[in-house]
Design a protein around this ligand. Structure first.
Ligand SMILES: [Zn+2]
Ligand SMILES: [Zn+2]
Ligand SMILES: [Zn+2]
Length: 265
């Protein structure tokens, strides 16, 4: 058997900012026995040719790293500085120890500003605080130009996210692209072009009812089809719909994400 040389992605979390089940909720989704209805907060881990690239570090990141045996992170991409995508940042201390090195983290200017607001202790000079008590990170601002991160070519696009912005990342390997955009409220023309004919896109598909900061499932289906994306995966899913019910109504080239789902592109 020949080993595939394609990059492999593992979905660590497919849930919206509260996670599913919600604390104290007894709705049919929150009490579902189907493990695919248990949705931790957003994150994806990508591996290719020995390089491990982490997309977002959610509040559930420690639990996700243990569950999925993630033992290495060579670089981190951060979509935006909302708590559900970032509060796991402190857990990277453990990876500093394992790997005996600092870890580069990439984001747009507005994201890195948000990180420094939320994680002041990482940046503040504090001679009394041992370096062991904060993650050792090198934050690298990215713009419109693509950057090379290990074996990956990474480009990014700022997308609207309600009253603020988020980032869509495009990770390209040998001409094939995977796009990660878990938080987005409107797909404008530049985003349609950014996704055009990508192999795989993970896109915000919160629920059916409109939300000021997220796409509905119908919005997502329409955007993926306009961009002629080969494989669409809806993510950042709330507690409105059962996994089994979402699958039934999607076209064959689009599916809902679930925690632990793996794919290659
Ligand atoms: Zn989010
Ligand atoms: Zn619920
Ligand atoms: Zn967000």
């Amino acid at each position: 058997m020949t080993m595939s040389d394609k990059p492999r992605a593992l979905i660590l979390g497919s849930g919206t900012s509260t996670g599913v089940p919600l604390i104290g909720c007894r709705c049919p989704v929150c009490t579902s026995a189907d493990p695919k209805d248990s949705r931790l907060r957003s994150g994806v881990h990508v591996r290719w040719r020995g390089f491990s690239l982490q997309l977002d570090v959610s509040a559930d990141f420690r639990q996700q790293a243990l569950r999925f045996e993630i033992e290495r992170i060579d670089a981190l991409l951060i979509t935006h500085a909302h708590a559900d995508h970032l509060l796991g940042l402190d857990e990277l201390r453990r990876f500093n120890t394992i790997q005996q090195c600092r870890i580069p983290a990439y984001g747009r200017n507005f994201t890195l500003k948000g990180v420094s607001n939320m994680f002041g202790y990482i940046f503040s000079p504090c001679p009394l605080q041992s370096e062991l008590y904060r993650p050792q990170m090198d934050f690298i601002e990215i713009g419109d130009e693509a950057v090379q991160i290990g074996p990956f070519t990474v480009s990014s696009l700022i997308v609207p996210h309600g009253p603020t912005n988020s980032t869509a990342f495009k990770i390209t390997c040998e001409g094939r692209s995977f796009i990660y955009a878990p938080d987005c409220s409107k797909v404008e023309e530049d985003f349609v072009n950014f996704m055009m004919e990508a192999e795989c896109v993970m896109l915000d598909g919160l629920r059916d009812r409109p939300h000021k900061s997220h796409l509905t499932i119908t919005d997502s289906i329409e955007a993926l089809s306009r961009s002629r994306v080969k494989r669409g995966i809806l993510t950042h899913i709330g507690h409105d719909l059962l996994h089994a019910d979402i699958i039934k109504r999607l076209p064959p080239d689009i599916e809902p994400a679930y925690d632990g789902m793996e794919f290659e592109w």
